[in-house]
Design a binder for this molecule. Sequence first.
Ligand SMILES: Cc1cc2nc3c(=O)[nH]c(=O)nc-3n(C[C@H](O)[C@H](O)[C@H](O)COP(=O)(O)OP(=O)(O)OC[C@H]3O[C@@H](n4cnc5c(N)ncnc54)[C@H](O)[C@@H]3O)c2cc1C
Length: 424
Amino acid sequence: MTSRPANWYSDTAISAPERPPLAGEARADVCVVGAGMTGSAAALFLAERGLSVRVIEAESVGFGASGRSGGQLIAGYAAEMATVERLLPEARSRLYWDLGVEAVDLTRALVARHAIACDFTDGHIHAGFKPRHIGALEEMIRGWEGYGYPGLEWLDGAAIGRAVAAPGYLAGVRDRRGGHLHPLNYTLGLAKAAEAAGAVFHESSPYLGHEETAQGVVVRTPAGLVRARWLILAGNAYFKDRPRGLAATVMPVGTYIIATEPLGEARARALIPGGEAVADIAFVLNYYRLTRDHRLLFGGGVSYSRIDPLSIRRTLGATMVRTFPQLAGVGLSHAWGGHVAITVNRLPHFGRIGKRCLFAHGFSGHGVGLTGLAGKLMAEVVAGSEERFDLMARIPHLSFPGGRSLRLPLLVLGSTWLRLRDLL
Ligand SMILES: Cc1cc2nc3c(=O)[nH]c(=O)nc-3n(C[C@H](O)[C@H](O)[C@H](O)COP(=O)(O)OP(=O)(O)OC[C@H]3O[C@@H](n4cnc5c(N)ncnc54)[C@H](O)[C@@H]3O)c2cc1C
C-alpha cells in the first residue's frame, strides 16, 4: 500500500500505480535516489536520452516536500543576485541568473509537453506590508530588470488592493511568468512521463548506502542492489541514511499549510481576482493561493526547531484571518507541514561525491522551479555535458555550524530574530 502524507494534495491526487520495491539485483545506466520533483525530473530527462534508469524511493513518489509544497512557481532564487555576484565573476553571474529563468520556463514546458494535470495557473505576486518592503520590492524590480527579465508589473497601494483583497499590503510586484500548480500531481506526472520513456521506479525501497567501483556504483536497498554507471542523490530535506558530504550544507526547516473548506467561486475569486499565487516578502513569510475547487491554501509559520506547532490550524488560521479578515469563521478542511531544505546562503547546492555521484538539494523554498532544472542539468552531466551543472556547482556552500545537534538551537535563535525583525 502506497504511503502518502495526509493533506489536500493526497486527497486530490491523480491515480498512480503501486510501484513494487526493488528485489534482487538490477543494472542501469543511472540509479536515482528519491522520487520527488528532482529525482522524477532527472529520471525523465535521462530516459528521454535513451538511458536506462532505476529510481529507488524510500516511501512513495512525492512523499517528501514535493507532495506537501505550496506549489508556487517563483522566478529567481531565494537569495539576492548580489550574493551570487559576490561569489561568481560577472559573466558567470549572468549565466547563473539565466539558468534561474530557464527553470521557470522549463517547469511550464514540462507541464505542457507531458500534459500533466496539475492545475497550472499563471501569475505570481510578491507583496509587501511594511514601509521598508516598498524599497525592497523596488530594488527587486531594478535587479531583475537589470538582468533583462521582462514583464514585471509594479503594484502601488491601490493596485495591490485590487489584486489581493487583504487590507495590509502597501505595494507588490506581479510576475506573469511565475505561477502555481498542484505539486503532488506535478511530481506524479513527471514520474509517469519518465516511466513512459522507459524509467523504472521502485517505492518502499530506501537507499542504504553505495560504493564506487571501477565500473560505476553499487547501491544497496534492504532487498536488492542496483549496479549503475552513475548515481543521482535527490533525497533533499527528507534524506534518510544520507552519505557523508551531504549532511551539513542543508537544514530541514518546518513550514505549514492550511486549506479552507471550498469557498465557492465568487468568494474565492474576490480574494485574488487574477488567480495568482501570492507570497509576502517578510523574513518569515506567508504564501497562499486558490485551488481549482475554490479553497484558499494558506502557508507560513516557519519553525526552524523542527518541533511542529501544537496546532497548525489555530496558529496559521489566526494569521490567515489577520491577512483576510473576511475569512473569519471559515472552516478549515486540512492542515499539514513539511520540511524545506535551506542552505546557509539560500542558493541551491549542486555537487559531486567521488566521480560517479551527483546531487542537487537545498533549493531554499524555490524548488518548484529549480528542481526540474536540477534534473535536466544532472542528465546533461551523465550525457557528457558538464558546463551548466558545473556553473551551478561553483557556488561555494558552508556547512551549518556545530553539526546536527547544534544546528537546531542555532536556527531556533536565528528564526526568533527573524520574527522580531518582521515585527519592526
Ligand atoms: C510546506 C512546504 C511548502 C513549500 N512551498 C514551496 C513553494 O511554494 N514554492 C517552491 O518553489 N518551493 C516550495 N517548497 C519547497 C519545494 O517543495 C521543494 O524544494 C521541492 O519539492 C524539493 O523536491 P525534491 O525532489 O528535491 O525533494 P523531495 O520532494 O523532498 O523528495 C525527496 C524524496 O527522497 C525520498 N528519500 C529520502 N530518503 C531516501 C532514501 N534513503 N532512499 C530513497 N529515497 C529517499 C523521500 O521519501 C522523498 O520522496 C515547499 C516545501 C514545503 C515542505
